[in-house]
Design a protein around this ligand. Structure first.
Ligand code: AMP
Ligand code: MG
Length: 350
């Protein structure tokens, strides 16, 4: 049985006790729910891989209470990492550094580097403080499923497979952290997230591309088979989603539509698009879509839509991370669009 814990003093104390004893507990962070275990305990770490069905060569992010604690798992905290952590910790930035030799190889997926983050979520911080240990925590979903942004998502994937979930309500950001290789002089973005390239550049170190001279690290996770939504996901340019959804709705079955930007009224009699199109969400901006995206994908599957149209967002700032996830969802599901937010209206959807 998986215990469902409330994020009050008793729940945090219980979570910390289970974790300290080597158990597996899902905890809220400001990005997504993390599946936490002691980072220093190879057996506990093995339990997290088993619960998720995660490939053993995909390393875990180690969460620490404070930027100064990065040194407890990293062999060296580079001047770049010190600068980035001073600016973005606590928050949704993960830095990759040389690993301390004592860290279990299971935690680092066999690499000689370690990914470190200081979460900002007050519940995650209380759990870390109560444990007094670094906690390894990948996203608390079964491998191949979207990252969970509520305790209910965690239970849908992992009920009976983990010891407990600490319910801290829906997560604020909804996208996984930005992962940056901070071993050199310039940050190398391994995974897009809420800390944008523009945010990184504003600290004085413009990020370099993976593969640029002297940058070899990749986030192993980005190599693995991506979560494939159970229905085709189509990404349309901002303002064109209604038209694409209506065209898709000509085929049998309901089509879901997620619109981003100012409300529009092109289409059907009630001001919505014609055809069997269900507007799942009207969202103000890319950040709101980032927060809602994984929940919307789960809903779209659960209610049996035949396709989902998401109006793409401009790939700048946090929009780049959102578009990264949308492009992957579209490609893995046999949908269309993404990256630049192609205008698919006027062309038959692929
Ligand atoms: P998750 O916690 O499930 O969001 O996944 C963590 C991400 O960080 C995955 O894409 C990992 O491959 C990546 N990551 C973790 N540790 C490292 C590392 N040492 N070097 C590069 N990427 C890492
Ligand atoms: Mg994950």
């Amino acid at each position: 049985m998986t215990e469902l814990l409330t994020a009050d003093d008793a729940g945090v104390a219980r979570a910390a006790a289970v974790l300290t004893a080597g158990g597996v507990v899902a905890i809220p962070t400001e990005t997504v729910y993390g599946l936490a275990v002691r980072a220093d305990d190879a057996d506990a770490v093995a339990r997290v891989f088993a619960a998720k069905g995660r490939p053993a060569d995909n390393p875990l992010i180690v969460h620490v209470a404070d930027a100064a604690d990065a040194a407890t798992v990293a062999a060296a905290v580079t001047p770049l990492a010190v600068r980035l952590l001073a600016r973005f910790a606590p928050g949704p930035l993960t830095v990759v550094l040389p690993a301390r030799p004592g860290l279990p190889r299971a935690t680092t997926g066999g690499l000689d580097t370690v990914a470190v983050r200081v979460p900002a979520h007050p519940v995650a911080r209380r759990v870390l403080a109560a444990c007094g240990l670094p906690l390894a925590a990948p996203s608390a979903n079964r491998s191949g499923r979207p990252s969970p942004t509520t305790a209910a998502h965690v239970l849908a994937d992992l009920d009976g497979r983990i010891d407990a979930v600490l319910d801290g309500g829906p997560t604020e950001l909804g996208l996984e952290s930005t992962v940056v290789d901070a071993r050199g002089d310039v940050p190398v973005v391994l995974r897009e997230g809420s800390v944008s390239r523009e945010d990184l550049a504003a600290t004085g170190a413009a990020p370099a591309e993976v593969g640029a001279a002297g940058t070899d690290a990749r986030a192993p996770g980005t190599r693995h088979r991506h979560y494939a939504p159970g229905l085709p996901v189509h990404v349309a340019r901002p303002g064109t989603g209604d038209g694409l959804a209506s065209r898709l709705a000509a085929a049998p079955g309901p089509v879901g539509l997620v619109r981003v930007g100012p409300a529009r009224s092109d289409g059907g009699p009630d001001g919505g698009p014609p055809g069997d199109v269900r507007v799942l969400a009207d969202l103000p901006d890319a950040a709101a879509l980032g927060a809602a995206l994984y929940g919307l994908l789960r809903t779209a599957e659960d209610v049996g839509l035949t396709a989902l149209v998401i109006e793409g967002v401009a790939p700048v700032g946090i929009g780049r991370a959102v578009m990264d996830r949308l492009t992957r969802a579209a490609a893995a599901s046999g949908g269309s669009g993404g990256s630049g937010g192609e205008d698919l209206v006027g062309r038959p959807p692929a």
